[in-house]
Structure formats: structure tokens, C-alpha cells
Design a protein around this ligand. Structure first.
Ligand code: FES
Length: 162
């Protein structure tokens, strides 16, 4: 398995989840979601583990992981900033908000800051269109965000680790 001791219980948790399905067919995406929830991202050894458990080719797992942008192969930051680019948010200027985060954090969408604090991603509709444009930082929802709010959002999050 190649897991360190500290990860052994995480693999156990994942295996328990996989074993809870009576049939292993058609559960790959659900399993990858769960794996990402448990580990935070999907490194190669974890993808191989999933392939072995589901008795499918590792290349198939890899193909699915690279196809879906919500599945991540790199560690994410402590604060995951998700800017909604769904239609309602887009027409209210969320692309400019995404660019402002890129400028403020010094990273591109899809990247993580070097200190591991922030990750930035564009996402599709999160179902809060009435609050468009919407930004989520981990589980926290910011509604009707303006470009000028970006700095404050970053500072508010950073204050949590001070
Ligand atoms: S389009 Fe952004 S929340 Fe629906």
C-alpha cells in the first residue's frame, strides 16, 4: 500500500467506505470523492490503491481524475478559495473577482500559494445564485462579492491562523 503509519487509518477509513458497497461497479467517482475528502487530494499511490481495491486498471482511475477538475492531484491550501463562474455569477462579473484573487494571492486559478495557505479555483454553480457573485472559502459562503472585497476576504481568512 505504501502508506505511512500516520496515513494507515486514513486508508482504513477509505477501505471501509469501499467495502460498504455490495457491488464495486459504477462507484469509482463516489470513491474518489470520498478519498479526496479523507486525504485532501489524490496522489498517485492513492489512485493506485483505489484501482487495486476496485479491481480496475490504474489508467482508468487516472483518466477520471484528470477529467474532472474538482478532483485534485496536488495538496490544497489550508484555505480553498472557490470563485463561482456559473452563469448567474459570471454575468455579475465573477471573472473579474477571480482575476483579483489571482493578483492578490500571486497564483493562477488551480494553484496553491507556496506557503500552502491558499488554493484558488473556479467552480460551477454552487446553488446560491440569488447571492451572485458567490465566493466560497472552505465552507464559508460570501455573497454579492465585489472586486474591492477580495483583499478583505483574504485578510479575514488569514486572521484565523494568527
Ligand atoms: S451561478 Fe454562482 S451560485 Fe449559481
Amino acid at each position: 500500500m505504501g502508506a505511512t503509519d500516520s496515513q494507515a487509518h486514513l486508508y482504513e477509513e477509505l477501505d471501509k467506505y469501499i467495502d460498504s458497497f455490495p457491488n464495486k461497479r459504477g462507484i469509482l467517482i463516489a470513491v474518489l470523492h470520498k478519498a479526496q475528502e479523507i486525504f485532501g487530494y489524490l496522489p498517485q499511490e492513492l489512485q493506485q490503491h483505489v484501482a487495486r481495491k476496485l479491481e480496475i486498471a490504474a489508467s482508468r482511475v487516472f483518466g477520471v481524475v484528470t477529467f474532472y477538475s474538482f478532483l485534485k492531484t496536488e495538496p490544497r491550501g489550508q484555505f480553498c478559495v472557490n470563485v463561482c463562474l456559473g452563469t448567474a455569477c459570471f454575468v455579475r462579473g465573477s471573472e473579474n473577482i477571480l482575476h483579483e484573487f489571482e493578483k492578490d494571492l500571486g497564483i493562477k486559478s488551480g494553484q496553491t500559494t507556496e506557503d500552502g495557505q491558499f488554493s484558488l479555483d473556479a467552480i460551477r454553480c454552487v446553488g446560491a445564485c440569488g447571492l451572485a457573485p458567490v465566493v466560497m472559502v472552505n465552507d464559508q459562503v460570501y455573497g454579492r462579492v465585489q472586486v474591492e472585497d477580495v483583499k478583505n476576504i483574504v485578510e479575514e481568512q488569514m486572521a484565523k491562523v494568527r
